[in-house]
Design a protein around this ligand. Structure first.
Ligand SMILES: C[S@@+](CC[C@H](N)C(=O)[O-])C[C@H]1O[C@@H](n2cnc3c(N)ncnc32)[C@H](O)[C@@H]1O
Length: 353
């Protein structure tokens, strides 16, 4: 049994502040509420002068014995949240990290732990109080829309959320559109290169991550194309969620057809974030450049460190085939997507031969 001070609810907040100031409030236990009274747990008997201070606030305050409930401490890591619930060998193979998009967490769970997926999901929510739903990956990004299959494992059954990236608000549905929170720095890096007055084509825009960051910072015009109608639907919503300096023109359709039909000879900068086959669109990207000159941000998968040279040569060869001179301004590892598999970006300056 512990000791506490019982006071009326009306005076409770004032007394709580005083006890805290005196350093006697026992934070390891929960404050108890009994009928119209509040009982604060204290760490020791009060001295006479301390009692007088309390009585000045609440003349009916009295010291009581009470069985206080201990406070549950939030676990600091997923391992800590799950220790005691999973066996040590299971904890050893548990992934150390997971992605968070808005208030939804997405984790990759090893096959051996599949039957423990709900416990793992609950553990993630216990560690991160802002996470309201947890999904597990059930495959890699696939199909033309580059969506990753997922399965619900804990919390709310909701796949739509608002993700905030360096102040940019993006509504996404993780089951309907591509979205990767690990690209945040890359979105900002590219946006920081754009200056007022530029015309940019974001050929594979998704929910508009690059386009939104650009238009947040600069008075540029961005044509933002995607073949997934859901991506364009969310981009249209995202235009309303952000106060933009620049202009974004969302366009639903195939980047090749859109550029060929209405965006030839238009832009001074092109973003090509379609790492598995951007190479197939180099010819139209060149056609989209005004006077065949400007900058292309070209993303590709690279199998290893040596693979960067291979991919760079492939890109330069394709550019030469399209009658332009090219200078690689920067080659940057963006993200490791699997062991020995990287997304790499080449920033390339193009000019007519
Ligand atoms: C890897 S995601 C990039 C999304 C976005 N740029 C980002 O950083 O989050 C590629 C996007 O390209 C779109 N896409 C694929 N093929 C396309 C095409 N031929 N024309 C236009 N968009 C295409 C997909 O729907 C997907 O949203």
């Amino acid at each position: 049994m512990g000791i506490g001070i019982r006071v009326s609810r009306i005076k409770a907040e004032e007394v709580r502040k005083l006890l805290k100031l005196m350093g006697v409030l026992d934070e390891k236990f929960k404050v108890a509420k009994v009928n119209d009274k509040v009982i604060f747990p204290i760490t020791r008997e009060l001295k006479a002068e301390e009692v007088d201070e309390v009585l000045k606030i609440e003349s009916n305050a009295c010291i009581v014995g009470f069985e206080f409930e201990p406070k549950l401490r939030k676990p600091r890591s997923l391992i800590e949240a799950l220790s005691g619930k999973l066996e040590p060998w299971m904890l050893a193979i548990l992934p150390r990290s997971f992605s968070i998009v808005g208030d939804i967490a997405i984790i990759e769970i090893p096959d051996q732990l599949y039957s423990y997926r709900s416990i793992i999901g609950e553990g993630i929510m216990a560690v991160n109080s802002s996470v309201k739903a947890v999904y597990m990956k059930t495959g890699g990004t696939e199909g033309i829309y580059r969506i990753r299959p997922i399965e619900h494992i804990a919390g709310e059954r909701r796949t739509e959320t608002i993700h905030v990236e360096y102040g940019c608000r993006m509504k996404v549905d993780i089951s309907k559109v591509y979205f990767n929170p690990s690209l945040s720095y890359e979105h900002v890096r590219v946006a920081s290169k754009v200056v007022d007055g530029e015309t940019v084509i974001d050929m594979f825009t998704g929910v508009g991550s690059f386009a939104l960051h650009i238009a947040l910072r600069t008075k540029a015009r961005v044509y933002a194309i995607d073949i997934n109608p859901e991506a364009i639907k969310y981009l249209n919503e995202n235009l309303k969620l952000n106060k933009l300096k620049g202009e974004i023109i969302p366009i639903y359709g195939d980047a090749r057809e859109i550029i060929n039909s209405k965006l030839q000879n238009t832009a001074n900068r092109i973003i090509m974030n379609l790492p598995h086959n951007a190479i197939e669109f180099i010819d139209v990207a060149i056609k989209a450049l005004r006077d065949m000159k400007g900058i292309i941000h070209y993303y590709t998968y690279v199998a290893s460190h040596e693979g960067i040279t291979l991919e760079r040569d492939k890109l330069l060869m394709e550019l030469r085939r399209n009658d332009v001179e090219a200078e690689i301004l920067e080659a940057r590892r963006v993200l490791e997507v699997a062991p020995y598999e990287l997304i790499t970006v080449f920033d390339v300056k193009i000019c007519r031969k």
